[in-house]
Design a protein. Sequence first.
Length: 329
Amino acid sequence: MNDVSQVRPENVCTEFRVSVVVPCRDRASQLEVCLSAVSRLDPPPAEVIVVDSYSRSGDAVREVAIRNSARYLRVESPGLSLARNVGSRSAAGNIIAFLDDDAVPARDWLLHLVRPFIDPHVGCVTGRVEAPPDVLDGRECELLGYVRGYNSPTSISIEDANWFEAACFGGIGIGPNLSIRKSIFSEWTGFCERLGLGTSILGNEEGYAFLELIRLGYTIKYASGALVTHPVPMPERTILQRRYHTNLAASTAFLLMLIFEESGCRWRALKYLLGKLGKISTLWSRGKRPQGARLIPGWHVTLARASGLLCYSRSLATLVRNKRNSRSA
């Protein structure tokens, strides 16, 4: 195996052609900041693709994309996973790097994100996502999904005992900063379009993708040097509470999806659920929560979990309706 620490920026560009895919919906001003940072990347990507996810302000998104020399695509249905899939299938590069439209990559982001692909067993690489340090404290960042615990694995494959938990529940990375080999799309259907923003289950699309990639036999790596700053709302308590409520509902719906639809992972998912009910920390937990760190009271957590059941029911209804429509078409 090659020593990836010795790969120079110019060699990364020679070895890999990177397509950066940025889905966007009605956030032209944030997209401008994102693409401005992308234009300063060293090494630069081979191409940048903006996928307009059914924006009401589509002209504004298109103008920002073209002004920043990005290729513009539009899909006529909302959905983060759908937009990522459309961008991936259109990409010319052999590595596809994904950014959120409000994420700001560090100048050397691609260098660190692409290095691990020197190993042919690596199918996906994730990077570090941080909120601006002056916005939230560390515990709140963790609760909102921005940081990984200090015990998080830096690599997972099917041979690791805790691969399922690490893949599905935030142990190896999150969606605003990840990359996948383009060749994988010849054997993988792509991000699940029932998950992510614009669907009934507003998240966890990356966890399901990690699960599928590992079951295909690939290794997922975490590159700590691949830094993306992900802005968050100013710390008004109600905004943070609303976001945390949404995250809890989505994670509950996702867990139900795994239990009821993924027979090969059902017992692992049930074990994880029992552990959460018993307040057993995951492998990558930062440990005992400090007093006062919880964003919402216990009864509100229960309400969020219950709303997750409704989210999953809606997602299931959508799946049944789509299957019925495809049969009648």
